[in-house]
Write a protein that binds this ligand. Structure first.
Ligand SMILES: Cc1ncc(COP(=O)(O)O)c(C=O)c1O
Length: 461
């Protein structure tokens, strides 16, 4: 940081970062990452870390897949760029669209590409609005989302997101959206309420919202099958079944945001399978290319596609798309990435390693500061609490989580804290030994955090 012209010094002086306290970065400088191998990354000083969040929940095949570098280089050399506007295409976009149609639930038959998950969800909103205008129901435009859901940060997708820091002082939400109760029993069920009763209460809330606002004003329900960035929140049993029944009855589209959960994360190719969801629209990104290139995709049901397609014929075009929609290098990398996932059976590996990860983390449930251990497949969270018996949060909330996040680096571990929930989402290629190493490093970090919390008077146990 103090070395002139070092990466850290240049960065601190010139680079404004996403999701970062800018003043803290200026003062302390960034942690400079340098290279990766398998599930590990190394910083500029050569320190080794297991990346137990797979970057941003995304680097499924790990940090050193030569095949993806080769696929990118080959496509760069052959046709580095072409667009997909005005009836043009190229091999990688066409082949990846076909591949995604074959992998996603059977009722989804068309794919639209964007560069990011946020753009994909923005596109979904516009597609749904376009469709309902085409169908002559211009009032049917509102979205239903959930508190603590995450769907991106652009003006429209950020409106769907249900997290305060994505709205505060950004003047969001800016589109008509209603955020319902977070579907997670540990934090949101009432005392003594069973998981089933909680799921029913959420269903009743949805029904009452539709009743109050009018089904003819509500276009779609959007949700992550399992909430990721909002805390790794597994829905109560029966939740998705009830939500789908209500939405179908009121002609409300179901959008599954599988940006984190897609491509094996929960132990199935899509979490829609894990949770029994038949979406009208499914959104994918992240593990689609293992984030080696920016790419997202939206899969559409026949019903949605046909309505939109007819309207494009009437208007002469679909007036929406990005310069990078279906970018040849990104889609070539996506194809190769999916080939690796299939050839190495990484979905089955995620299921098997997920079982071990969940079982090993569950051993922390007896720890005095651990309120809950939760997850599905290879995504998990350990919820830290000031008083687990009374489910009392730390005050201020997030202090211990932030300590764990920082301290984990010293133990060679990268995780994410979501307030005081510690999230794990390692690459799909992880081995059993590496899972055990993640857990051991976390255990050492938790010991330090317990001492810290006691010393700071945050935890009396
Ligand atoms: C479920 C979900 N949807 C959408 C997004 C937004 O994706 P992006 O950051 O690529 O815009 C994310 C990002 O974490 C996500 O987790």
């Amino acid at each position: 940081m103090n070395v002139p012209n070092s990466t850290a010094a240049l960065d601190a002086a010139a680079h404004m970062h996403p999701y970062t306290n800018a003043r803290k970065l200026e003062a302390e400088g960034p942690r400079v990452m340098d290279h990766g191998k398998g599930v590990r990354v190394y910083d500029e000083q050569g320190n080794e870390y297991i990346e137990a969040l797979a970057g941003l929940w995304s680097v499924g095949v790990g940090f050193s897949q030569q095949r993806l570098a080769d696929a990118a280089a080959a496509q760069m050399a052959k046709l580095p760029y072409y667009h997909t506007f005005a009836q043009k295409t190229h091999g990688p976009a066409a082949r990846l669209a076909d591949k995604l149609v074959s992998l996603t639930p059977d009722n989804l038959t068309r794919v639209f590409f964007t560069n990011s998950g946020s753009e994909a969800n923005d596109t979904v909103i516009k597609m749904v609005w376009f469709l309902n205008n085409a169908l002559g129901r211009p009032e049917k435009k509102k979205f239903i989302a959930r508190k603590n859901g995450y769907h991106g940060i652009t003006i429209a997708s950020g409106s769907l997101t249900g997290l305060p820091w994505n709205h505060t002082d950004f003047d969001l939400p800016a589109i008509p959206v209603t955020h319902l109760t977070t579907p997670h029993a540990y934090g949101f069920a009432e005392e003594g309420e069973s998981e089933e009763d909680f799921a029913q209460r959420l269903a009743d809330e949805l029904e009452a919202t539709i009743e109050a606002e009018g089904a003819d004003t509500i276009a779609a329900f959007i949700g992550e099958p399992l909430i990721g960035a909002g805390g790794v929140l597994v829905p109560p049993k029966g939740y998705w079944e009830k939500v789908q029944e209500i939405c179908r009855r009121h002609d409300i589209l179901i959008v599954a945001d599988e940006v984190i959960t897609g491509f094996g994360r929960t132990g199935k190719m899509f979490a829609c399978e894990t949770f029994g969801i038949t979406p009208d629209i499914l959104v994918m990104s992240k593990q689609l290319t293992s984030s080696y290139m920016p790419l997202a995709a939206i899969a559409l049901s026949d019903k949605v596609y046909e309505g939109i397609a007819d309207h494009t014929a009437k208007l002469g075009t679909f007036g929406h798309g990005f310069t990078g929609s279906g970018h040849p290098v990104a889609t070539a990398v996506g194809l190769e990435n999916l080939a690796i996932i299939e050839e190495q059976d990484l979905v089955a590996n995620a299921a098997a390693m997920g079982k071990i990860l969940q079982a090993e983390l569950a051993k922390f449930a007896d720890h005095p500061m651990v309120g809950q251990v939760r997850g599905e497949g290879l995504i998990a969270a350990v919820q830290l609490m000031a008083d687990k018996a009374t489910r009392t949060k730390f005050d201020p909330e997030g202090t211990v989580g932030a300590y764990v996040f920082e301290r984990a680096h010293d133990h060679g571990l990268i995780i994410r804290n979501i307030k005081d929930a510690i999230a794990f989402c390692p690459p799909l290629i992880i081995t059993e030994d590496e899972v055990r190493e993640v857990v051991a490093r976390f255990g050492r970090t938790l010991d330090d955090a317990t001492e810290f919390a006691r010393k700071e008077g945050l935890f009396a146990g």
